[in-house]
Ligand binder design. Structure first.
Ligand code: ARG
Length: 247
């Protein structure tokens, strides 16, 4: 008597595993890994002189795909459309310097984090009195639409959030005094202050984990991606990529 439910549940388990395995990863194996990104966030992803998407995420993604034995189909769009595209099954994975947040965990699966680091506040060198989050009260702060930073600044009492489709436009807004500050990953802030000599990092905040995101029904794909990320780390490729893009 007891065996029946056990066998039944084992059978169901086998079935669900079989289903999971013939699901997302099998599809990716057959059709390639379709990845969406928003290439306005150097050095995670940006466009080079030939309009090719380059950056840490792209190199990492290619290394991961190689370990998984799949090819990558890259699609670009603005950041706020990435999760909707993933959920609409237009993509299998988001590679966009995406911060792991509890809110996002409700709708997507994250890979193991591949990088972590703080946010930074960027201002014009001639803007006084801003070095921490609470200093943004009463200020206009540029961020990208749909980002964790938009939420972070939105929670600062008295701060007025100005959201842009692209982070490159947010940086331009600070440069041209349409906004007094911008908040973004410190490593990305480093890239922008190189491009705009009038801008500087005024302070750093907290620490963020960055991961690839996948659909909730793609646990099989998440396992493969995690295994590949671990291999990329073990083989020393990760260290090389970090040195190439972040040092
Ligand atoms: N880390 C932030 C977030 O996840 C911003 C990422 C922006 N990425 C990009 N490719 N524009 O919300």
């Amino acid at each position: 008597m007891k065996c029946i439910p056990l066998l039944l549940s084992l059978g169901l388990l086998a079935l669900s595993t079989a289903h999971a395995q013939s699901g997302c990863f099998a599809n990716v194996k057959k059709n390639g890994l379709t990845v969406v990104t928003s290439p306005d966030y150097p050095p995670f992803e940006t466009l080079d002189a030939n309009n090719k998407v380059v950056g840490f995420d792209m190199d990492l993604l290619n290394a991961v795909a190689k370990h998984m034995g799949v090819k990558v189909n890259l699609v670009t769009q603005s950041f706020d459309g990435l999760v909707p595209s993933l959920l609409a099954k237009k993509a299998d994975l988001i590679a966009a310097g995406m911060t792991v947040t509890e809110e996002r965990k409700k709708s997507v699966l994250f890979s193991v984090p591949y990088i972590s680091g703080p946010n930074a506040i960027v201002i014009r060198k001639d803007t006084p009195g801003i070095s921490k989050l609470s200093d943004l009260s009463g200020k206009t702060v540029a961020v990208q639409l749909g980002t964790a930073q938009e939420k972070l600044v939105g929670d600062v009492k008295g701060a007025s959030v100005k959201s842009f489709n692209l982070y490159t436009d947010a940086a331009m807004a600070v440069q041209t005094r349409q906004a007094q500050a911008m908040v973004l990953h410190k490593v990305v802030a480093n890239s922008f202050v190189k491009v705009y000599p009038d801008l500087k990092i005024a302070g750093t905040l907290g620490s963020l984990n960055t991961s690839f995101a996948m659909r909730k029904d793609c646990g099989d794909l998440q396992n493969r991606v995690n295994a590949a990320l671990i291999q990329v780390r073990k083989s020393g490729e990760m260290d090389k990529l970090v040195a190439k893009w972040f040092k």
